[in-house]
Design a protein around this ligand. Structure first.
Ligand code: SF4
Length: 269
């Protein structure tokens, strides 16, 4: 490596660390763990965060851990449209096509399918596309998406290493909550995405995502932070980043939820 390459790498690591520290300062984290702790303990204390190692990478990054396979239910889900199992996200996207299965198709600009790693151990599920997402065809790219990016980075992941999707793939008018018939029409595509990705953990963002997966009448305030399970996959409900923009005092609780996810991912290799 040339001195210039080393300096560039150092600058990138410093920028990443600065972003993470800014996010953690916002949510009130005030203590950092010692580098010498064993990986399983690094995320164990409330309000603590892991440190980068000397290479600028995170020695205990959940990314470096091989994927745990979820074997319990995928043989049962299959493809709701044709009775067979999906082999790829591309085949699901092809099935969606220029979908007009529900009324959300009437006002959309782009279908927002979802994006990220098909091998992701960690998946985020939100409610539905907003204006920025409808315009670009990508999930979580507006202000809430930028906050989600910082949450992901604080968890020691890169955005491209997780998978991000929504309950409905077309923007509800005026960003209203998706209606029951819209959710029931679109959710099979999400379920098929989950079946292909086989994440170890799904973080649901906000109430509609929680209700979609768990069919619960619980409030998000009551459900958040408590592990649930969906067809053999661990589910951690937490607040939606858009809500956190309006209620920044909830960032602390959200971070505590995400710490539980990090701890589980580290302990489940
Ligand atoms: S929200 Fe889902 S089901 Fe409705 S039109 Fe869009 S892709 Fe089709």
């Amino acid at each position: 490596m040339t001195p210039k390459e080393a300096l560039d790498q150092l600058a990138r690591a410093a920028a990443e660390l600065r972003n993470q520290l800014e996010y953690l300062r916002e949510i009130g984290v005030n203590e950092l763990t010692a580098r010498s702790r064993p990986p399983a303990a690094r995320y164990s204390a409330k309000n603590e965060v892991p440190l980068a190692d000397s290479t600028g990478e995170h020695a205990a990054s959940p990314i470096s851990i091989s994927r745990g396979k979820q074997q319990t239910f995928f043989s049962e889900i299959g493809n709701p449209s044709n009775g067979t199992q999906d082999s790829s996200l591309e085949s699901i996207r092809a099935d969606i096509g220029e979908c007009t299965r529900c009324k959300l198709s009437q006002n959309r600009t782009n279908i927002v399918f979802g994006e990220g790693s098909p091998q992701a151990r960690l998946m985020f599920v939100g409610e539905g596309p907003g204006a920025d997402e409808d315009r670009t065809g990508r999930p979580f790219v507006g202000r809430a998406g930028q906050l989600l990016d910082r949450m992901i980075e604080a968890m020691k992941f890169k955005r491209e290493e997780v998978y991000i999707a929504n309950v409905v793939k077309c923007r509800p008018p005026g960003n209203r909550t998706p209606e029951r018939d819209e959710v029931s029409t679109c959710e099979p595509f999400l379920f098929r995405q989950i079946a292909v990705i086989k994440p170890a953990v799904i973080v649901t963002l906000g109430l509609p995502a929680l209700q979609c997966l768990l069919k619960t009448s619980e409030s998000i305030s009551r459900a958040r932070g408590n592990w649930r399970e969906w067809n053999g996959i661990k589910v951690m409900p937490t607040f939606h980043p858009a809500y956190l923009l309006r209620s920044p005092d909830k960032k602390r609780e959200t971070w505590e939820d995400l710490l539980k996810v990090m701890q589980f991912l580290l302990s489940s290799t």
